[in-house]
Design a binder for this molecule. Structure first.
Ligand code: HAM
Length: 414
């Protein structure tokens, strides 16, 4: 028989590791809901056009999209990221702005799998639509930053840039093209810089790095409104004590960005995959998806990468999770069935063994589970209408009347 395995570039997350995921998403949800963001659930696949709008010039769309024709002949794609779907939902439903949404879920990119790079990864993110107030940029960047601090990550650098807008960027791109014309670039960018000169700034190859060291910077060529906006974002972050590094090379891998862009780089991870999150403003995206002009900003944090960074820094460990009570029943299992049911109904976590195991085997399972207490029902207890309560750490035990078990245990677990 064929033994199937998870597809290349995907992972199964099993207990106890999965408890860390639950805790991470809960921590994220708590933080962003406190700031007024509400959960949005959008489909995992969309009309391919939704994603094409996020950047026909990007690898995410050109090379990595999981697109296919469904049985009805529609061209659809698994979402490579969350922003396009949320903005599509905004355009479709037109909630009252400002619309502040959060999400957590998988994204699909047909990439070459490697450490920290998956074909199915998971993002937790926020999107805020309806205002271009720089204070919102500060709020969003600070939220992303605080997720990292709450996790205990201390070796994360916040990289900040402004990509300007339709007014100042085209002129800057011309200046940059003129500069790159005489530069010795890597083969890929020597051929492709005319089309997307910004990508050259982001190229990690030595040739492009060296050639662009003295390249003109977009932050020095912003139009007045973009410069004022960026200054307000920076002043806001300064006032909140959120430290950042100005990163004029930061162009991001999606085409929709305008003005503020940022990335969180985990210094403890391999530099090629050290972005644990990123985001920015996308003031034209709603329009390009057929909606009214609506500015927006957001970020996505990579769950896998955040946890890799946490491992590398030795923080946010897998939580020790165990049930409170293990019921050991050597009378056939009916007592265990009733007791676990009653305990759970009273809000006490409880588990048991199955298959009529020996007492020794049941105690072994109890120890492995990490439960603090065992409730033991043997022939003597059954005959006497009692249960023996044993402290699995200290070894003390006592006898309790069957009718009093739940109340007694509830007091102990409180
Ligand atoms: P992104 O930078 O493409 O931005 O992805 C956000 C984060 O998702 C990355 O920093 C990384 O941690 C994680 N990530 C992306 N692709 C992979 C992968 N193949 N394997 C593992 N982790 C990955 C966005 O997707 C934007 N939607 C963020 C945003 C929201 N901008 C505005 N709003």
């Amino acid at each position: 028989m064929t033994e199937f395995r998870a597809p290349v570039g995907t992972r199964d997350v099993l207990p106890p590791e999965s408890a860390r995921w639950e805790r991470l998403v809960a921590l994220f949800a708590g933080l962003v809901e406190q700031a007024g963001y509400g959960l949005v659930l959008s489909p995992m696949f969309e009309d391919v056009g939704v994603f094409e709008r996020v950047g026909e010039g990007t690898d995410v769309v050109r090379k990595e999209m999981y697109d296919f024709e469904d049985k009805g002949g529609r061209r659809v794609a698994l979402r490579p990221e969350g922003t396009a779907s949320v903005v599509r939902a905004y355009v479709q439903h037109r909630p009252t702005p400002p619309f502040k949404a959060w999400y957590a879920g998988p994204g699909f990119r047909y990439e070459r799998p490697q450490a920290g790079r998956f074909r199915q990864h998971h993002q937790m993110g926020v999107e805020a639509l309806g205002t271009d107030d720089a204070d919102l940029d500060v709020e969003v960047v600070a939220l992303a930053w605080s997720v990292c601090s709450r996790l205990g990550l201390s070796q994360v650098t916040l990289l900040l840039n402004s990509l300007g807008d339709d007014v100042c960027r085209p002129a800057y791109l011309e200046t940059l093209r003129a500069f790159l014309r005489d530069a010795a670039l890597c083969d890929e960018h020597a051929a492709g810089y005319e089309k997307n000169p910004l990508r050259v700034l982001d190229c990690k190859r030595d040739a492009c790095r060296a050639a662009t060291d003295a390249a003109p910077r977009l932050v020095d060529n912003l139009c007045e409104p973009c410069a004022v906006h960026f200054a307000r974002v920076r002043a806001g972050l300064d006032s909140l004590g959120v430290a950042y590094t100005l990163a004029s090379r930061l162009v991001r891998g999606l085409d929709y960005y305008t003005r503020t862009t940022f990335e969180l780089a985990a210094d403890a991870l391999e530099s090629a995959q050290n972005a644990v999150g990123g985001g920015g403003r996308y003031d034209k995206l709603a329009q390009s998806l057929g909606g009214p002009p609506t500015p927006g900003i957001g970020f996505g944090l990579g769950v896998e990468r955040l946890l890799l960074a946490a491992d590398a820094e030795g923080v946010f460990p897998v939580p020790q999770s165990s049930v409170d009570i293990w019921v050991v029943d050597t009378t056939g299992g009916t007592a265990a069935l009733a007791l676990t049911h009653e305990l759970r109904a009273a809000g006490i976590s409880a588990d048991r063994s199955f298959d009529g195991r020996s007492m020794k085997s049941q105690f072994r399972s109890a120890d492995r589970s990490g439960a603090r207490l065992a409730l033991v029902v043997g022939d003597n207890e059954a005959a006497a209408g009692t249960v023996t309560l044993r402290d699995l750490r200290g070894g003390d035990q006592e006898t309790i009347g069957r009718a009093d078990v739940v109340e007694h245990v509830r007091k102990l677990c409180r």
